[in-house]
Ligand binder design. Structure first.
Ligand code: PEP
Length: 251
């Protein structure tokens, strides 16, 4: 049985003060909510503050990116050891904004995934097709390629700590989400590819979540799909009440 995950990607928003102000409102709203896992991915400058504030609450915290090496002459980078040392437990990998604006390649996603697993960080690997690829009928090919590259050389393990986020590039930050049926179909493709790489048992244990313009008024339709194990939320996670409404969509 896969426990759903509802995660907030704050991208490059919120100073430490703004992050803590968010948590002062948000944490009381979800204090009794244990049905789903909750995770927040703040900016690097807010990370330690958010980890401290969430410590005694059932809210996990992750970084939006990291390097794959432990240390070295790589100005501006943060290593998996450094993240783990401050109590960071999750890591977002291969987000399309990193692939597009920071030239993160499929190989880098694979190296980072291996580093995350070696350091006990729970990885969320983002995959998804552009509008052009979807319109050319290449959605399945893109998803299978990105998953197979990310999982290259990874050994299956149960429980499987890898979460995959299906984030069609055309649905991110556009206000126009994919339909639950489109997402369900993509998640089946992703799970089949995970099964081909890591075996069926591991695939059945892998959480596949959806991201792309998820809001309080559409979360329930996504979560009604058997194949959808949660959501990665960008814009609508910046307001504490909006994100709490997404987490508590069933109440
Ligand atoms: C994201 O950045 O991962 C995302 C899904 O953004 P949004 O919810 O704003 O589309």
């Amino acid at each position: 049985m896969r426990k759903p995950l509802i995660a907030a990607n704050w991208k490059m928003y919120k100073t430490p003060d703004e992050s803590l102000a968010f948590l002062r409102e948000f944490l009381p709203l979800v204090k009794d909510h244990t049905r789903d896992d909750i995770a927040i991915f703040p900016t690097m400058s807010s990370l330690a503050y958010v980890i401290g504030a969430c410590k005694d609450h059932h809210v996990d915290v992750g970084a939006q990116t990291m390097h794959w090496l432990n240390e070295g002459p790589y100005t501006g980078q943060t290593s998996p050891t450094m993240l783990a040392s401050i109590g960071c437990d999750h890591i977002l990998l291969g987000h399309s904004e990193r692939r597009i604006y920071a030239n993160e390649t499929d190989d880098m996603v694979n190296w980072k995934l291996k580093a995350a697993l070696a350091h006990g960080l729970v990885p969320i690997v983002c995959v998804g097709e552009s509008l052009e690829k979807r319109q050319s009928g290449l959605t399945e090919a893109v998803l299978r390629w990105q998953i197979s590259c990310a999982l290259n050389g990874i050994k299956a393990s149960i429980p499987c700590s890898i979460t995959i986020a299906y984030e069609p590039v055309w649905a991110i930050g556009t206000g126009s989400s994919a339909t639950p049926a489109q997402v369900g179909e993509a998640h089946q493709i992703i799970r089949r590819e995970v099964a081909a790489r890591l075996g069926q048992e591991c695939a059945d244990d892998t959480r596949v979540i959806y991201g792309g313009s998820v809001k309080p008024d559409n979360i329930a339709t996504f979560m009604a799909e058997e194949e959808i194990d949660g959501a990665l939320v960008g814009g609508a996670s910046l307001d504490p009440h909006s994100f709490a409404d997404i987490v508590r969509y069933k109440e």
